[in-house]
Ligand binder design. Structure first.
Ligand code: FEO
Length: 400
């Protein structure tokens, strides 16, 4: 895509990856992603973040449509992860910048990624400022949002916050601003990204938003490194959404996810769902053969109840359920009520294995799991419906 002047003398020069389908386990299917990079023409021409190594030529081509790359004076590295710094060696070689700015942890990360002994890197303090001509940049450390090196850069004169992974969405689009695309899909991609990347860092999100508030930063534009850029009313909207996501308040929604051998565990999932629906919950039934773990986390973010099912397989659980539980555990969901269910033939360990995993995640487990010998008959299915009702009542009591 061609560069876009998003504000006077601030250009989007990033790349759009329409084909990307997986981002280290995060399914970007079918939407792809974008890598946003920004070029600011001031007395010191400044480039904010780059793109993956494979897109270095496209980035240089976009820069060249705005200024000769050699005219770039400064590069600001807000985040060292390779989707934003992979192209850095080629850019540095071509541009020969006067300075490269990053956080203190960024300096450590750059040294660990690249042979950069000769690069003119300067680590900046959180809250530190840099004059680039008509504008002043302020750097705000945002450790673990998404890596230890992450920082945000605020441009006071343009009331603009460049914020690396925060507020992003993995979504390849021809549009550049959030107010130009379908609202429900925007929200969906914002939720999906938060649930699958940002969720474990929710306390940092709350802290960073509080820091921005305490610094009194007046923000008209939020420019993330992935997806659509936010301006006008969308700025307050996206900050409010991030506060809601970070709070992880349970909602009247349940996610039932499972794998099944001969449909017994699936029948149990449907019966539990019936009980939950009776209690007024919105339910998502998600077979792991039909849904990626990314899809399940997207639905789980706003759910108050999580039910996980597996038949017993080799004294344990089916591999797709093990994958889901491992992935879920790493993302540290909070304030959920959990429950296990599953069929078995002789030993029946699956519900114990699942319950232990949910317990390790800190989930409340108010109900005993339900097991079915081989094929659930009427009595067991009735127990499943009752389990759904009990879980629904428990989440209602929790919400208050
Ligand atoms: Fe988009 Fe943490 O990199």
């Amino acid at each position: 895509m061609k560069p876009v002047e998003i504000l006077k003398d601030i250009f989007w020069v990033g790349t759009v990856d329409w084909e990307r389908r997986n981002f280290h386990g995060y399914s970007t299917s079918p939407r792809g992603t974008t890598y946003n990079s920004f070029l600011l023409k001031d007395e010191k021409v400044t480039l904010f973040d780059t793109v993956p190594q494979a897109d270095a030529s496209k980035l240089l081509c976009n820069i060249a449509q705005v200024v000769e790359p050699e005219k770039i004076d400064y590069i600001v590295v807000n985040h060292v992860e390779m989707d934003h710094s992979g192209a850095l060696p080629r850019i540095v070689e071509r541009v020969k910048p006067e300075k490269i700015f990053c956080s203190k942890m960024g300096l450590r990360a750059l040294k660990a990624h690249f042979d950069c002994e000769s690069w003119p890197i300067e680590a900046v303090e959180s809250g530190g400022s840099l004059n680039i001509g008509k504008r002043n940049l302020t750097f705000v450390e945002a450790r673990m949002l998404h890596w230890p090196d992450s920082m945000l850069t605020y441009i006071a004169e343009d009331k603009t916050l460049i914020c690396n992974d925060a507020f992003g969405q993995n979504w390849a689009t021809s549009e550049r601003f959030a107010d130009q695309v379908d609202r429900s899909e925007l929200y969906r991609q914002l939720v999906r990204y938060y649930a699958n990347i940002v969720l474990p860092y929710s306390p940092i999100v709350e802290k960073t938003i509080a820091t921005i508030g305490a610094m009194g930063l007046d923000i008209n534009y939020i420019l993330p490194d992935h997806g659509l850029l936010l301006r006008g009313e969308d700025v307050a909207w996206v900050i409010e959404k991030y506060q809601e996501f970070a709070a992880q308040k349970p909602a009247m929604k349940a996610v039932l996810t499972y794998d099944t051998m001969w449909k017994s565990t699936e029948k149990m999932a449907h019966a539990i769902a019936d009980g939950l629906v009776e209690e007024g919950l919105t339910v998502r039934i998600m077979d792991l053969k039909a849904n990626d773990h990314t899809d399940i986390m997207e639905e789980l973010l706003e759910a108050g109840v999580v039910c996980v099912g597996s038949p017993t397989h080799n004294n344990g659980i089916l591999p797709k359920v093990a994958d889901m539980l491992t992935y879920m555990k790493g993302l540290k969901p909070q304030n959920k009520i959990g429950c296990a269910f599953g069929s078995y033939g002789w030993s029946g360990e699956s519900v114990k294995v699942i319950n232990e995993s949910l317990e390790q995640m800190g989930m409340e487990l108010p109900c005993a799991p339900v097991k079915a010998l081989y094929v659930p008959k009427h009595e067991v299915l009735a127990q499943c419906v009752e389990l759904g009702r009990s879980l629904g009542q428990a989440v209602k009591a929790k919400i208050g």
